[in-house]
Design a protein around this ligand. Sequence first.
Ligand code: ADP
Ligand code: ZN
Ligand code: ZN
Length: 768
Amino acid sequence: MEGMKKYYADVIVDISHEKLDRPFQYRIPEKLREELETGACVTVPFGNGNKLLKGYVVGIGDVCKYDPARMKEIRGMAQGGVGVEDRMIALAGWIRKNYGSTMIQALKVVLPAKRSVKRLEHRTLQRIMGREEIISLLGESRRRRQVAKERLLQELVDQEAIPYEWVTGKLGVSSQTVKSLERAGAVKVVSTQAFRNPIRLANVEEQRKRLSNAQMRVVDEVLADFDNGHPDTYLLHGITGSGKTEVYMQLVSEIVGRGRQAIVLIPEIALTYQTLLRFYTRFGDRVSILNSNLSSGEKYDQCERARNGEIDVIIGPRSALFTPFPKVGLIIIDEEHEGSYKSEASPKYHAREAAIEVARLHGASVLLGSATPSLEAYYRAEMGEYKLFTLKERLTGGQLPKVHTVDLRQELRAGNRSIFSRKLQELLADRLSKGEQSILFLNRRGYAGFVSCRACGHVMKCPHCDVSLSEHGSGPGRGVLMCHYCGYQEPKPQTCPKCASKYISGFKAGTQQIEEKLREMFPTVRTLRMDADTTRTKDSYERILSAFMGGEADVLIGTQMIVKGHDFPKVTLVGVLAADLSLSVGDYRAGEKTFQLLTQAVGRAGRGTVPGEAVIQTYQPEHYAVVHAAAQNYEGFYGEEIIYREMMGYPPVSHMLAVQIFGKDQERGHMLADALASLTRRYCDGSADSKVGQCPQEGRKVPPEVQVIGPAPASIGRINDIFRFVFYVKCPKYDKLVEIKDLLEEEVQKRQLTYELVQFDFNPVNTM
Ligand code: ADP
Ligand code: ZN
Ligand code: ZN
């Protein structure tokens, strides 16, 4: 960053967190002006006695914000240590540099919020009957088909105490059921004041599995690298049930045995009781969980326990990555393809990349696991940056479901206008007659306004970006199709440009309509619906799941929230109503997300002993995301998708920076977006030219190193009266994008914006 003089530095002397918002300004001595950078560790005189303290630089500038006569000077650079705090500062510095934000924002991500630790009341369900009596109650509830009660009693056979939230939450047991067991004298609910590990282990003999050869190979190789002092990043690709979790646990135990700590990241929604229990049985009191149910006081408490060496393993969502362990040896990211690993607030870091940096700082290994790896991870593995392992077999038996792909265009031609294809109707009737359960899945992600032809399946696409066009919101833009990458527009056609059919629009059914149609067709069907409307309250999600698990409905209808996390052993049919809905989002990841959702949805059928079937209804049966999901063929999908990314210059082959502009005034916001985009273009033209000049012998024009696309209004152009604009910068080199981010950050600082806000999103996961 040339142009700015480095005269003053904002220094935090104590990162106990109340003071984070109040850095002290110091003068930078002449001799340090070159080398001093944000994130550096310095010594400064502090307070009346000018005691020398260690501090961290969180900002550098040329404006004096304080009485110059009284301003003190930085004494010198301090030895950057290897303590927990120094690593956290280094990590915050890395996040700031690579994702764009202030140092303070970055520090707030990596440091746990310090609060006065208010010990909250915890309720625990305690077993007060003997094990034998519980077993006899269990038999009784089994006979009476009281499914939820049976599930709880089953747990109580081995556990003396279970945290109450888990009983009603993850275990899906209603409070009425708990009360009836209380009345029967089987359990009592007790309050615990201090935070203790939620589970007391009642002599559970852990049944350690003998690892298969394929599992063993992963463990051996990861450990060998670790022991040789070359810990690395690994991708474990294996379908659900192939034994990934067993590998994680074995590795965690080996690493802990070497005196190091392990971090296990799991998407919140997949934090099932069963998974936690497996870790608890294995690691007992030395493992702890972070989840959104914890108050900030409890989170802080957890961090203190980690810092003090009271635990070795933490399991939790994205933020668990910043647990202040003294010496991490292993980081596991399960379901690494999940979108929730990317932060939606600034700094918009990705946990996968941040984990690799944390591992670098500690000398730790990183293991990524998934049944449907992100294109990013698989591509890095292909490039040799990560080592790839594949687990191919399901260890518990259970066959993959039989999949029928139905062409909805043919249904229309055959005169079937119903939202259920003939095949789906036939199979639903069959399941209802047998008393088996079904799931109907409406893939509604990004439902917002794409336009396609119901007769031929044609989807209106941007000629420049090869993503679907979206019908632009209400108001003056009505009837216009727009690309949210480059701003390209065209009028909405009245008939299909390919087949001239007038059936041109989206698939407009919601879950409620599906439920109604289903009841028209099968008047006695018992249904449950799970979507944004029915899951407003905190525990409604768990309540619906538990009702369905308990056999209270024949069909569960829902959006993507039903295909993640939970296992439904009694479901033998899954119907995907319109696979294309997510295929046609104006987003370059549409194919990848569709493949993942379809694969997960299909995998819901036949988890139990009865083999399952799945029906995928689609207007684009020939689309490779549909074809390969139906065949559960990840490699096939990857092979085609990566060619598309390469051709279009999308991540992971190239990198993409979204510059997001938010403003209260539409005109001003637009002007700022235009100004920043042209500044970027001017900057890049300069460097692209010099690049062309360097290799004249090639005889052909080197493709532009950097491409600037847009600005355009964001796909949701206005939220709460804040207008949103976005432009994209594509470049094969990440560093170049970081350079552009720095340039824009400096420009924004110079403009001292008060009405607009600018944010950066590297390799965005969701289109804005
Ligand atoms: P994933 O995490 O890939 O879904 P899990 O580790 O949960 O797979 O394993 C699936 C099932 O197979 C679990 O019930 C687990 O106990 C069992 N399992 C895993 N590894 C073995 C093994 N080596 N031998 C026997 N059973 C195993
Ligand atoms: Zn058509
Ligand atoms: Zn476009």
